[in-house]
Structures are given as structure tokens and as C-alpha cells.
Design a binder for this molecule. Sequence first.
Ligand SMILES: [Zn+2]
Length: 149
Amino acid sequence: MTKISPRSAAQIAATVPTVDCETVQRGNYRNKALLAAVRLLPCVKCGMIGVHAAHSNRLIHGKGRGIKASDAAIMALCPADHYEIDNGKNYTKRDLETYQDAYIVKTYAALERDGKINIPAHVWKLHGNAEIALELIRMQEDGALWVHF
Ligand SMILES: [Zn+2]
């Protein structure tokens, strides 16, 4: 796999909308310490304590046949809300994508609040949760966010 080096904000803005093979292959990224930190957070949907480190089901986040999404594409969700995302029949596919992007962003914001990661200001200037979530995932995989084990 190609190792991605940190890029400038301008380069990132130019590349974020593109869904390429590199993005899809990112399901290989694993980080047990990150998952452990996420499990200490309250549910990003309802606030309940006692959550799963729930992986995104989005292809763009590395989910594929027989492979979990990237550990960086992670959401702090209580069991009920995790089930809703994985099996929710009440939502459209687009809704589920929108919720997952929002939950990933909220999870990273909570990790930052707890002093586990440091999110550069440029990330928040991207356009919407889909782009912000993708950039957070990429930066986490590149080792650019994690500041405390
Ligand atoms: Zn919940």
C-alpha cells in the first residue's frame, strides 16, 4: 500500500471530492488504542454511556466485502444506535450515509475535547460533514491527529 504523506490544505481541498481506489483500500487501517479511546466516549447520538466503537459501513471509508471499514472511520454509538446504523430500516441509504458522516465528525470532536487528538483548523473549513469526515479519517491514518495514548 502507498504511504500517504501529509499534504497542504490546498492539495487536500483539490483531492477530497475524488473517490479513488486508494480511498477504498483504506479498510486495512487498524488502531486498537483509538478504538479503546472511542469506547470511553458517550454515544454521539443520544449521550448514553457504554458505547461500541462502531465502524462506518461506507465504501468510501474502506468498507468492503469481508472487510471492516478503516478503524479511523469510527463512531461512538450505544448498542441501540449502532444497530440502527447497521440495520435501520427506517432510513434511506443516503440518510444512513449522512448520519455516519455526522457521527464520525462528532466522535473526533469528542476525542479532541478529551485531549486525545488535535484537529487542525483547516479541517473545519471543508464543505460539510462528508468532506470533514473523510479528511479526519485520512489524517488519522497518516498519524497526523493522534496526540495521546
Ligand atoms: Zn445512543
